[in-house]
Write a protein that binds this ligand. Structure first.
Ligand code: NCD
Length: 432
């Protein structure tokens, strides 16, 4: 592979710097002249460690009409990601070594982002019997994170056993916190808007009650727990208190919960239907502050592609979920102060370093230093773009940001020194 020279990129804490990449790793950082190297002019571009998504629905195997590992990771690369954690709610469910190995292999074959499978906690996500957690952990996919996402691990005994099990090998459980009895039939956030629209509500306490319980179970067992898509102000309080006591708790927030509110449901457009639902303005404000402060560790997309027929129907029949990978960086910038005010170091922490640490992805979330894998992205902080669903790399079209002008564009993404995106366009040749 020819050397690659990134010229005059804006490096966090360093200012304009050159970066030389050789054989997939950073070889040198400084003021470099390298004859014969492929050169990328990065003047005016910010270099970030490649983004890492803790929560991606890639839909393969089983719903390849909505997304595949290939299309989902192309969307990831376009969004500045170099690694994604693939949720287990595929068909079949990723509850065996065979399925997680298949997903990891599809990721390697596609070559657009590292795909780290998440294993199911329970067989078939049914919440009854523990899945083959040990077999998945010891498989070639080396699964460390387990989640029944889409479903809550509601049974406290099952959760306790799962926590005890993953503790033995340093794994963690990622909980979709939703007390199922409290959300039966729920269609949107429970509050003034749901009352007005006459739609059954999803009360915030359904999330908070499970987070409170699981914090206690994590402390009791001494195991690690991670909370998916935290969406309410009170959840933030509970997590803050747990962290203050030293509990091994981490949490993520989704871009849509940092920007949109339940007011969007007034349109009855199912593109705004998501689980957990869009909440109140007051929750959005608290979530933004918690992300800035670090009570919430990471931004995670909950990229949930759905086929047209599952979204273009009446609200109650529509599946919950929205696309996230290609817009997450822009929305995170908005939520953390806008393009002029954003602290790039903080942004890198919440979108790359922290999620890489949580998932145990050691080759990702690393700032450029000689020896580290060349997984990074170049973003134009001054550019804006308009979201056109038809132009997205994802196979699905269910973005809630259609027509919106967003700040910041991804100019290039590099995975082990190889461009997956260049000049804002996906590279078609990705073989290593
Ligand atoms: C998720 C999906 O579509 O897989 N949807 C979502 O709204 N987040 C699963 C889920 O319901 O959590």
């Amino acid at each position: 592979m020819t050397d690659l020279l990134i010229k005059s990129a804006d490096l966090i804490g360093k200012g304009r710097t050159d970066v030389l990449v050789r054989d997939g790793r950073i070889a040198e950082v400084g003021s470099i002249s390298a004859k014969g190297a492929d050169t990328v002019d990065a003047d005016g571009l910010v270099l970030l460690p490649g983004l890492v998504d803790l929560h991606t629905h890639l839909r393969e195997p089983g719903r390849e009409d909505a997304e595949t590992v290939l299309t989902g990771t192309r969307a990831a690369a376009k969004g500045g990601y170099t690694a994604v954690c693939a949720m287990a709610n595929s068909y079949p469910v990723a509850d065996t070594a065979g399925v997680v190995e298949q997903v990891a292999a599809l990721g390697r074959a596609a070559g657009y982002a590292d795909v780290q499978p998440i294993g199911a906690v329970s067989v078939g996500l049914e919440g009854k019997r523990l899945a083959e957690i040990g077999a998945m952990a010891h498989s070639a996919a080396e699964v460390r994170m387990f989640s029944d996402d889409g479903h809550c691990v509601a049974d406290p005994v099952l959760m306790r056993r799962a926590l005890e099990y993953v503790k033995t090998f340093g794994g963690l459980i990622a909980q979709h916190a939703e007390e199922p009895r409290l959300t039966e039939g729920a269609q949107m956030n429970e509050g003034a808007v749901s009352a007005e629209l006459g739609l059954p509500g999803w009360p915030s306490v359904a999330e908070e009650a499970i987070i409170a319980r699981d914090v206690l179970l994590a402390e009791y067992t001494g195991a690690r727990i991670h909370f998916c898509h935290v969406s309410t102000a009170r959840s933030v309080d509970i997590i803050r208190e747990a962290k203050a006591r030293g509990a091994k708790v981490t949490a993520e927030v989704c871009p849509h919960h940092l920007l949109l509110t339940d007011e969007a449901a007034r349109s009855y457009d199912p593109v705004y239907k998501v689980n957990p639902p869009l909440r109140r303005e007051a929750d959005v404000a608290v979530l933004r502050a918690a992300l800035a402060e670090g009570v919430i560790d990471a931004v995670a997309t909950d990229h949930a592609p759905h086929a047209l027929q599952d979204k273009q129907c009446e609200w109650a029949a529509a599946r919950p979920g929205m696309l996230g990978l290609e817009t997450a960086l822009s929305i995170s910038v908005l939520a953390l102060g806008g393009p002029a005010g954003v602290d790039w170091d903080l942004l890198a922490e919440r979108t790359s370093r922290a999620p890489a640490r949580i998932a145990g992805l050691e080759a990702h979330g690393r700032d450029p230093r000689p020896g580290v894998e060349a997984n990074f992205t170049l973003v134009d902080p001054a550019a804006t773009w308009t979201v056109v669903p038809e132009d997205l790399a994802s196979l699905s079209r269910n973005t809630p940001y259609a027509g919106m002008e967003l700040p910041v564009t991804v100019q290039a993404t590099f995975l082990r020194g190889r461009a997956t995106v260049l000049n804002g366009k996906i590279e078609e040749e990705t073989t290593e």
